[in-house]
Design a protein around this ligand. Structure first.
Ligand code: ATP
Length: 448
């Protein structure tokens, strides 16, 4: 099944409307690095907030954490990342391009048809030096996942949070991987953000909790508007499981380049806590309050990418429609994700309209991300708001000066209702929460 939009259109919309720009663009850019513009930063914040709300705020069995990116190098030796976080890499003997061995079909270079070297293992961790002396003793790594910061704090969190198992620890933060083949816009980059939970359970309960989290995470994307037909689950084959994993499911999304991983949910067993206990010499176990039994917990890990989710939400929301003979591009983003919730648009820049329009803006902006725009024709301004996914536009016209009412236009149905300025924020708040937008039941009749 082909996806409905190609990536070029998404990249172009993101650039045009201030979602995502190439990094260091005035210097020609830096491969696979991207910057989030004014709209992108709001969307990304909203995705992270929606995740934090679902994973931490709405539950009493998950707490948050924010650990440092650079950690003791012993962490990465214990976790297996120094030995095993590698991809097999082949190099073309003619053009010297490098490829992930598992991404090349046949034995020739996909670029020039040249002969390829034997695969060599390539570690994906970025290395740097801490302090003024560059040497073996000062090597540190940029974390390739946030999970290890959670494992090494397991004891700290359990003893200070006064929670019993099952207990989840959640973290959002940057990760770095020196990917051999980054690409597809923000789908695979070398610097990205993870949203991860390590959910600690009693051994024996792990399979049940894996099922639970797979369902829970699948539903999270669907609740935030991703069409279910564009989501699917895939269980990993035994041969593709990561070195730490006992079982793993991917939630896949139908990206323009085909079905690809959006999030991985793994049963990490007790691999990490056992390794850290062994390598640090500190006991990392848990004593059950009821039976008094002591054990090393098993861990279920839902691990999602912020940037990859942002991409999926944009693609899924993207639509081109025909409205009264004209094409409009629109992002049908879930209200909670939309960068701007409401736009205040005086009909024109006429000086008589400005004071009321500014007053409405000042009224709304403490409550919602609000945009004020009075340049160009009203039609063009509506198009812009459609393209950034703004659910509601409030228009102030000359009648508004007389009757103190404004028009609210809804993004998806294009329906319009007229409501008093007084109490406008309550109306918008209710509509943002999902109250029906029904133009046939006007909130107020026009005062002619
Ligand atoms: P892939 O197979 O795509 O390389 P992975 O299985 O290595 O991903 P995980 O280690 O399971 O990925 O990380 C969990 C999530 O983090 C992924 O599902 C994805 O959303 C995100 N992610 C991982 N690597 C990258 C990357 N290089 N760029 C952007 N997001 C990433």
């Amino acid at each position: 099944m082909p996806a409905k939009v190609d990536m070029e259109k998404i990249v172009s919309l993101c650039k045009r409307r201030g979602f995502i720009f190439p990094s260091s663009e005035i210097y020609g850019g830096l491969a696979s690095c991207w910057d989030y513009g004014p709209m992108g930063v709001e969307l990304k914040r909203n995705v992270k907030e929606a995740w934090w709300k679902a994973m931490v705020q709405d539950r009493d069995d998950v707490v948050g954490l924010d650990t440092s990116i650079m950690m003791h190098p012993g962490v990465w030796a214990a976790s297996g990342h120094i030995d095993s976080f590698t991809d097999p890499l082949v190099e073309c003997k003619s053009c010297h391009l490098r490829w992930r061995a598992d991404a090349v079909e046949g034995e020739k270079c996909p670029q020039c048809g040249g002969e390829l070297t034997e695969p060599r293992m390539f570690n994906l961790m970025f290395k740097t030096f801490m302090g003024p002396v560059e040497g073996e003793g000062s090597i540190v790594y940029l974390r390739p996942e946030t999970a290890q910061g959670i494992f090494v704090n397991f004891e700290n969190v359990v003893t200070t949070s006064r929670k019993k198992l099952p207990l989840g620890i959640a973290q959002i933060g940057k990760s770095f991987r020196n990917e051999i083949t980054p690409g597809n816009f923000i789908f695979r980059t070398r610097e990205f953000e993870h949203m991860e939970v390590e959910y600690f359970v009693k051994p024996g309960n792990d399979e049940k909790w894996l099922d639970y989290w797979v369902k829970e995470r699948f539903e999270w994307y669907a609740k935030l508007g991703i069409k279910k037909e564009n989501l699917r689950l895939r269980q990993h084959g035994k041969d593709e499981l990561a070195h730490y994993a006992k079982d793993c499911y991917d939630i896949e999304y139908l990206f323009p380049m085909g079905w690809s991983e959006l999030e991985g949910i793994a049963n990490r067993g007790n691999f990490d806590l056992t390794q850290h206990a062994k390598c640090s010499g500190k006991e990392l176990s848990y004593r059950d309050a009821e039976g008094g039994e002591k054990y090393v917990p098993y861990v279920i890990e839902p691990s999602a990418g912020v940037d990859r989710s942002v991409l999926a939400f944009i693609i899924d929301a993207y639509d081109e429609e025909e409205v009264e003979g004209e094409k409009r591009t629109v992002l049908h983003l879930h209200h909670s994700l939309a960068p701007i919730k409401v736009a205040v648009l005086p009909l024109s820049r006429n000086e008589k309209l400005t004071p009321l329009a500014k007053e409405v803006f000042k009224h709304l902006c403490p409550n919602f991300m609000t945009d004020y725009d009075d340049s160009q024709s009203i039609g063009r301004r509506y198009r812009r708001q459609d393209e950034i996914g703004t659910p509601f536009c409030v228009t102030i016209d000359f009648e508004s000066l007389e009757d103190k009412q404004v028009t609210i236009r809804e993004r998806d149905s294009l329906a319009q209702i007229r409501v008093p300025v007084e109490g406008l924020e309550k109306v918008i708040e209710a509509k943002l929460k999902g109250e029906a937008f029904d133009a046939s039941t006007l909130w107020a009749t026009r005062q002619k």
